[in-house]
Design a protein around this ligand. Structure first.
Ligand code: PLP
Length: 397
């Protein structure tokens, strides 16, 4: 007879034998303490967090959530189709559409779901569509394309020659969608958005950009990288999250009226799940609006990033060079990366998650540092000293 438990045990054993078994640090975050958190009784500094600007604890965002909770209660009460539509989520979609200069937006329960549901639906709506997808695209994009059953071509990371080569091999009349991220979260590289838009025009393709690691952070009103380059109007579908720089939860797409209306009407990941509650959508709305009107967080964020990069350079710690806020230090060994992360926490009370397969390729395991505006000069000095100490102790060159 089949031994079910043995199957689960074997799976874990396999992952452990590849030294990529993950242990979670049980953190407690305390509003007003950002970028500190607690590991048991110990105060630690978060140096790897996607709450890039600390908006999850911003007074205006908390107030919006508190007021909304008192007014609306906690749950949304249903799916968007069956009782779960409300003025709060509609307002949030208006704010997002306005942010990106698009006709409409559609909110999902997470960024992952928005990618998966939208890409799957596009293949339902556009018969025989072919996806052209950057090889380092996020798991949610890969899942959406795979689940769509549509044909796909994977182009080399950021490689416009390869993308053009692949586009040129298709009949001009075949519908095509180029899917890419503006900022890649594990190496901090930025897609050549202008070149992608030019290729899309030349080969009559649609463009789909994942701005998950850019919204709130780049562009004058925080509308992301495409907007920063003045190319927002050249992108057909902008996808983003409310969970990272905006500090809340949820995902979305923005685009023209018919496109959004058709996704709304066919996406199972939108139709068959309870909508986000007003406490969340009001908080997200407050966060987006704050960052639309204030550049201070973005300016301080960039200063903090520049300082960490220059201090690392001074002491000779190598990191992946890029123009963004993500600072990856490649260690290239799963065991050593985990040990470095654990020692940073145990000895220096610094949290930097070790990143291993399948999030990144094997032999490129890394520490991923994300400075925020709340990290002071003293904290940055402490971080660099701690890294030097840990790298010396573990003989990491
Ligand atoms: N897209 C990218 C590029 C991501 O890195 C992530 C999450 O890390 C997502 C989508 C999913 O976003 P969310 O965390 O809102 O589900």
């Amino acid at each position: 007879m089949f031994n079910y438990d043995a199957a689960f045990r074997e799976q874990i054993q396999q992952i452990k034998s590849e030294q990529r078994y993950r242990k979670f640090v049980n953190l407690k975050r305390v509003a007003g303490k950002f970028p500190f958190a607690y590991n048991g009784d110990e105060e630690i500094t978060m140096w790897c967090i996607n709450d890039y600007l600390g908006m999850s604890q911003h007074p205006e965002v908390l107030k919006a959530a508190q007021d909304s909770l008192n007014e609306n209660g906690i749950g949304s009460g249903g799916t968007r189709n069956i009782g779960g539509n409300n003025s709060s989520i509609v307002q949030l979609e208006e704010t997002i559409a306005n942010l990106h200069g698009k006709d409409q937006a559609l909110v999902f329960t997470s960024g992952y779901v928005s990618n998966e549901a939208t890409l799957t639906s596009l293949a339902k709506i556009i018969p025989d569509v072919k996806f052209f997808s950057d090889e380092l695209n996020h798991a949610s994009i890969i899942a959406g394309i795979k689940n769509s059953g549509a044909d796909k071509r994977v182009y080399k990371h950021l490689d416009m020659n390869d993308l053009e080569d692949q586009l040129s091999k298709e009949d001009i009349n075949v519908p095509k969608i180029i899917v890419f991220e503006s900022t890649y979260s594990m190496n901090g590289m930025v897609s050549p958005v202008r070149e992608i838009c030019a290729l899309a025009k030349k080969y009559n393709a649609m463009t789909y950009i994942d701005e998950v690691h850019s919204v709130g952070l780049y562009g004058k009103r925080g509308a992301g990288i495409a907007s920063m380059y003045g190319l927002g109007n050249k992108i057909d579908i902008i996808q983003g999250t409310l969970a990272k720089a905006y500090g809340v939860i949820g995902g979305y797409i923005a685009g023209n009226y018919h496109l959004i209306d058709s996704i709304r009407s066919v996406a199972t990941g939108f139709i068959f799940t309870t909508s986000l509650p007003p406490v969340i959508t009001d908080a997200a709305n407050a966060s987006i609006k704050h960052l639309q009107n204030s550049d201070e967080e973005r300016k301080n964020h960039q200063e903090s990033v520049a300082l960490v990069k220059s201090e690392l350079c001074k002491v000779g710690i190598k990191f992946v060079e890029n123009n963004t806020h993500i600072i990856p230090i490649i260690i290239g060994d799963p065991d050593l990366t985990r040990k470095a992360s654990e020692l940073l926490l145990a000895r220096h009370k610094i949290f930097i998650q070790y990143i291993n397969f399948p999030t990144v390729a094997k032999k490129t395991e890394r520490l991923r540092i994300t400075p925020t505006p709340a990290h002071s000069k003293e904290m940055i000095k402490h971080l660099v000293e701690a890294l030097l100490d840990v790298f010396k102790e573990l003989n990491i060159k």
